[in-house]
Ligand binder design. Structure first.
Ligand code: FES
Length: 673
C-alpha cells in the first residue's frame, strides 16, 4: 500500500506513513510532541489535532479532512461526553488515509480554566520532564506471585515503554491502596529529565488523572514572581508576585551577605524567610488557578547567585568577595520537599545553572528567553537592578559580566526618588526655551499641563520621581541645556528661569513646586552619572571582548527596562548607540526562561550547554574599566558617537560648565547587588 506524506505544523516535520497509521503514532515517529495521558484510549482528549485543508504546492501536499479515517465510536464517545471543539480530532484514533497537513494546537484546553494572560505570555513547544501515563494493571492472581507494584511496572513498560522504572520510596507503602481505589486503573506521574536518566515514578493517582501542574519562579532580590502552568497544555493558569522578605535583612545583596557574616543564624533566617514567601506564593497561585497544591509536580527556580544560594540553604559568604566562588554553578535538581516547599511528595525542583559568581541563573534564564546565542546579530541584554547583569553575544560567542550600578536607578540615592507607585512622576518633558517642565504621574492619564490634571492627581498627590522618570528628567535637562555634557547644572540659567535654584555651591532644577517640593539636584545628576557610567563601562568591556564597536540589538530586561524609554536611555548614554527600533523591553525575561525550562526539558539542556560556553568577564579585574567609566561619565559619552540617536534627536553642542561640586565625576565603586 502506498505511503502518504504527512506534514506537522508548526514544527514543519514531515514523513511518509502507511495507510492506517494513527496520527499520534506518526507524530511520535517524527519526534513531534503531542500530549497523551490515556495512552490512546480516547479518554484524555490531550492528543487533539486538526487538519489544514488545501493544496500546499510548496510541500506537494493536497490535504483534506477525509484524508483521515472517519470519526469512530471511541472519538464519538469522547465528543459526546467531554466535547471536541469543531474541526478537532483525537490523533490517537484518527488514521492516515491520504496526504495531510496536520496542525498541532498549542492550547488544548481540557478543563475550562481561568487563564490569566501574562504580558510575556509566549507559546513554547512542550516536552516537560513530567509525563502522565494512564495504565490498566492486571489484578492479583494466586497463581502469579508478582507484587502489585511489579505488575504496575509491567503495565507501564508494556503501554508506555517505561522500562527500568525507578520508584520514589514514599509511594511503595501506598501502591496497594491506590490500585484498589482506582479498580486497577491508575495514572502514573513519571519524571524523566535527561535522555539518559531512568524514568522515575513520583506520584500515582487512582483512575485517569488528566492534569499536572508546574511552577516557574524568579527570585529577585526585591521581588519574587511566580507562574503556575499546566504541564499538559502549557497554559499559565495563574501568576503572582510578592516582595522578597529578605529586604528586612538588607536592602541590597551585599548587605544580605554581610548579615550572614555578622549573624550566626543569618543564613538560616534568610533561607526561612524566602521559603516562607515562596510557600505563600504557591498557595496564592493555587487559589487563583483553582489548583490543588498536591497537583504541582515540577518546579523551576531562577535567581541571582546570592538568591540562588540562600534559597538552597547555602552560605553565600564566598560570593561576597573575589574570586566570588559559587558552591555550585551547574544546574541543580532536588526534591522540592527537601528544600522546604512541600507540594506533592515527589515534586521536583530544577534550578538553572549560574553563569558566574555574580551573574546568576536569572541571567542564564534571560539568555535562554531572548536567545542571543541563537542569532547572528550581536545582541546586548541588560538587566538593570542594583547590580546590572549584562550579556552580549551571538551564535558564535557570548560574553557576560555584571556591573555595580548601585540603587540610583531604583530611586534610592536620589533626593526625590521613590519606587514606582501611584503619584510618582513617570514621564517628563522640558521646554528648551522656557525651561518649563510638564510631567505625568502613575495613576493619572493627563500630563501636568493638561486640563483636569490637578483634579485627577488629587487622590495620590505628586509624591516623587520613579526610576524611569529619573532617566527622562536628566536626559531632558541635558537636551534643554540645563546640564552640560559633564552633568553640571548651569547656574547662569537662574537669570532665565525661576526653576533653577541655588543650593550653596551647586544648583538644582525645580520639577514640581508642591508638597513635597520635587527637585533634581546636582548630587542626583551625579548619582545617575555614576550608575550609568558603571553600566556602560561594563557593556564596553564586553564589546571590547567581542571586538565590536556597535551592537545590532538591545534587550532591556526587568521592571526598570520595561518602563524606561530607550531613546532617553541612549541620550544619557546608559546603553550604546543602536537602531532605536531594535531596542526593546523584554519584560521579565528571567521568568520567561524559567517557564521555558518548566515546559520543555530541551531548554534545560540548551541553557546548560550554552552556559558552559559563555565567557565571564570580571569587571573589577579589567584595567580598561576605569577608562571606559571616565568616558561614560559624560552625556552621552566623551568618546563614543551616537549616530543612530542623532537621526532622531538633536544632541546639544558640547560645552563645558565649571563643575561647582568639585567631585569632577570621581568614581565611587559600589557594593554589589
Ligand atoms: Fe488520550 Fe488520544 S491519547 S485521547
Amino acid at each position: 500500500m502506498k505511503d502518504h506524506l504527512v506534514l506537522f505544523m508548526p514544527s514543519g516535520k514531515r514523513g511518509r506513513f502507511p495507510v492506517g497509521t494513527s496520527v499520534l503514532d506518526a507524530a511520535r515517529q517524527l519526534g513531534v510532541y503531542v500530549e497523551s495521558v490515556c495512552g490512546g484510549r480516547a479518554t484524555c482528549g490531550r492528543c487533539q489535532v486538526s487538519v489544514q485543508e488545501g493544496n500546499f504546492a510548496k510541500h506537494g501536499i493536497t490535504s483534506a479532512d477525509d484524508h483521515l479515517s472517519p470519526v469512530g465510536p471511541k472519538e464519538e464517545r469522547y465528543d459526546r461526553v467531554r466535547g471536541l471543539p469543531g474541526g478537532r480530532r483525537l490523533s490517537c484514533s484518527a488514521q492516515i488515509l491520504g496526504d495531510l497537513v496536520i496542525d498541532v494546537p498549542q492550547d488544548t484546553v481540557i478543563n475550562a480554566q481561568v487563564v490569566r494572560k501574562a504580558a510575556d505570555e509566549r507559546v513554547f513547544d512542550r516536552n516537560a520532564a513530567i509525563r502522565m501515563c494512564y495504565v490498566e494493571v492486571e489484578e492479583p492472581d494466586m497463581e502469579k506471585p508478582l507484587g502489585d507494584l511489579d505488575r504496575l511496572k509491567a503495565a507501564l513498560a508494556q503501554d508506555w515503554h517505561l522500562d527500568e522504572l525507578d520508584v520514589d520510596f514514599h509511594l511503595i507503602p501506598k501502591v496497594q491502596q491506590i490500585l484498589r481505589k482506582g479498580e486497577w486503573k491508575v495514572t502514573a506521574a513519571i519524571h524523566k529529565d535527561r535522555e539518559d536518566d531512568r524514568p522515575r515514578l513520583i506520584a500515582l493517582y487512582p483512575g485517569l488523572k488528566n492534569e499536572a501542574y508546574g511552577i516557574a519562579c524568579d527570585i529577585g532580590s526585591t521581588t519574587i514572581a511566580m507562574h503556575l502552568s499546566s504541564l499538559l497544555s502549557g497554559r499559565t493558569v495563574a501568576s503572582a508576585g510578592t516582595s522578597n522578605p529578605q529586604i528586612r535583612f538588607g536592602e541590597d545583596l551585599m548587605s544580605r551577605v554581610s548579615y550572614v557574616m555578622m549573624n550566626p543564624d543569618g543564613r538560616e533566617a534568610m533561607t526561612v524567610a524566602v521559603r516562607e514567601a515562596l510557600n505563600g506564593l504557591i498557595d496564592k497561585v493555587c487559589a487563583e488557578g483553582g489548583v490543588s497544591r498536591a497537583d504541582i509536580l515540577d518546579s523551576v527556580f531562577v535567581g541571582n547567585p546570592i538568591m540562588h544560594h540562600l534559597f538552597l540553604g547555602i552560605d553565600p559568604t564566598e560570593l561576597g568577595g573575589a574570586p566570588f566562588a559559587l558552591a555550585v554553578s551547574g544546574a541543580v535538581q532536588v526534591k522540592s520537599a527537601e528544600i522546604g516547599l512541600p507540594m506533592s511528595e515527589g515534586t521536583r525542583t530544577y534550578l538553572l545553572p549560574c553563569i558566574a559568581g555574580h551573574v546568576g541563573a536569572d541571567a542564564a534564564a534571560a539568555t535562554l528567553s531572548e536567545g542571543p546565542h541563537r542569532q547572528d546579530e550581536m545582541m546586548l541584554m541588560v538587566d538593570i537592578g542594583t547590580n546590572a547583569e549584562i550579556v552580549l553575544g551571538n551564535s558564535t560567542r557570548v560574553v557576560a559580566a555584571s556591573s555595580p550600578t548601585g540603587p540610583a536607578f531604583e530611586g534610592a540615592e536620589i533626593s526625590s526618588g521613590q519606587r514606582a507607585a501611584p503619584g510618582a512622576i513617570e514621564r517628563v518633558r522640558i521646554d528648551p526655551v522656557t525651561l518649563e517642565p510638564r510631567f505625568r504621574i502613575i495613576g493619572t492619564e493627563q500630563w501636568s499641563d493638561e486640563p483636569g490634571f490637578a483634579e485627577a492627581a488629587m487622590a495620590t498627590g505628586v509624591t516623587g520621581i520613579c526610576g524611569s522618570a529619573i532617566i527622562e528628567v536628566i536626559a531632558e535637562m541635558y537636551l534643554a541645556g540645563i546640564i552640560s555634557e559633564d552633568g553640571v547644572v548651569d547656574g547662569s540659567l537662574m537669570e532665565r528661569s525661576p526653576r533653577i535654584l541655588q543650593n550653596g555651591r551647586t544648583f538644582s532644577y525645580l520639577l514640581h513646586d508642591g508638597e513635597p517640593r520635587i527637585t533634581v539636584t546636582q548630587n542626583d545628576v551625579r548619582a545617575i552619572q555614576l550608575a550609568k557610567a558603571a553600566l556602560y563601562a561594563g557593556v564596553k568591556l564586553l564589546m571590547d571582548k567581542q571586538g565590536v564597536d556597535h551592537v545590532d540589538r538591545i534587550g532591556l530586561a526587568g521592571a526598570f527596562g520595561t518602563f524606561i524609554d530607550p531613546k532617553y536611555a541612549m541620550v544619557l548614554g546608559l546603553i550604546p548607540d543602536c537602531d532605536l527600533t531594535k531596542v526593546k523591553a523584554v519584560g521579565n525575561a528571567a521568568g520567561t526562561g524559567a517557564r521555558m525550562c518548566l515546559l520543555n526539558r530541551g531548554y534545560r539542556r540548551e541553557i546548560e550547554e550554552t552556559v558552559t560556553r559563555i565567557e565571564k568577564i570580571e569587571t573589577a579585574l579589567e584595567t580598561k574599566f576605569q577608562e571606559h567609566f571616565v568616558a561614560a561619565m559624560a552625556l552621552p559619552n566623551k568618546v563614543d558617537a551616537f549616530p543612530n540617536l542623532a537621526t532622531v534627536i538633536t544632541l546639544p553642542e558640547r560645552r563645558a560648565i565649571a563643575d561647582a561640586t568639585g567631585d569632577g565625576g570621581r568614581r565611587r565603586r559600589r557594593s554589589r547587588d
